[in-house]
Design a binder for this molecule. Sequence first.
Ligand SMILES: C[S@@+](CC[C@H](N)C(=O)[O-])C[C@H]1O[C@@H](n2cnc3c(N)ncnc32)[C@H](O)[C@@H]1O
Length: 275
Amino acid sequence: MLSQADFHRLARFIQDYSGIRMPDSKRTMLEGRLRRRLAALQMTDFRQYCRYVFDEQGLEEEAVHLIDAVTTNKTDFFREPEHFRYLSTNAVARVLQKRGYERGMRLVAWSAACSIGAEPYTMAMVLEDMAGQGLDFDYSILATDICTQVLERGTRGVYPEEMAAPVPAEFRRRYLMRARDRQRQEVRVVPELRRKVQFMRMNLLEDAYPLRQPADIIFCRNILIYFDKPTQAHVLERLCASLRPGGFLFLGHSETIGGYSLPLEQVATTIFVRR
Ligand SMILES: C[S@@+](CC[C@H](N)C(=O)[O-])C[C@H]1O[C@@H](n2cnc3c(N)ncnc32)[C@H](O)[C@@H]1O
C-alpha cells in the first residue's frame, strides 16, 4: 500500500516538476501505475521506493519514470477536427500573408504536448496536402512532450489500424502505409511526413522554450486542464513569447485563456492570434 505520507511526497514532487495536479483522489491511480515500476526495480513496497527516490538520491534517475507513469496520453488523429479545418481554410494562408508570402517560405509549427504523435502527424497531413496544391510553402513541425515513452512511439510513427479511422480516406491512402504483415493490423506514417516532424522531450514548465525561431502555429491542446491556474498562466505566457505576431495558438476544447492578460485575440472557439 502507498501510505498517505508517501503519496504526498510523490504528489508534491510530480506537481512541482510537471505541473500535473495530484489531488488525493489520484492516490489509487498513482499506486496502480507505479506497481510496474516497483517490479522493474525489484522493490517490494512503496516505502522502499520512496526511500530510494527521496533519501538515496534516486530522484534524478527516477523523475523521468515517475512522470511517464502519471501522464495521461489520450489522443487521436484529427482530434477536434474543426481545428484542422481552420488550419487549412484560414490560419496557414493568413500566417503566410502576414509574413509577406514568398514561394518556398518555411512555416514553423509546434505541437506542444504531442503525446504519441497523432496530433503533429495530423498537422503534417494537412500541411503536406496544402503545400501540394497551389500555395508553395515548406514546413517543419516540432513535437514535444514530457513523457519519454510517447516520444519513442511518435518517432516510430506506427499505430494500431483502428486509430486511422478518423483520417479521411484520401489522406489514409497517401500518408499511412499498412504493415506488410496484415496480421499486425498496424499502419505507419510515410517517411516523407516522418521527416517533417521532429520529436523532442520538453517540459512546458521550463522557463526557456527551445525553439530556434518563433512558431507560426502552436497546438497546445488538452494539457492546460491538468495544471493549476498560476501554472496555466505561466505556460500561456511562455507560449505567447514563442509565437510570432500574427501566429495562431490552438487550445483544447475545454481550455481557455482565462482572465489572464495575454497578447492574444480570440478568432474562433479555442483559437487565438498573437497580437
Ligand atoms: C491528453 S494528452 C494530449 C495530446 C494531444 N495534445 C491531443 O490533444 O490529442 C496530454 C499530454 O501532455 C503531456 N504533458 C503532461 N505534462 C506536461 C508538461 N509539463 N510538459 C509537456 N508535456 C506534458 C502528457 O505526457 C500527454 O502526452
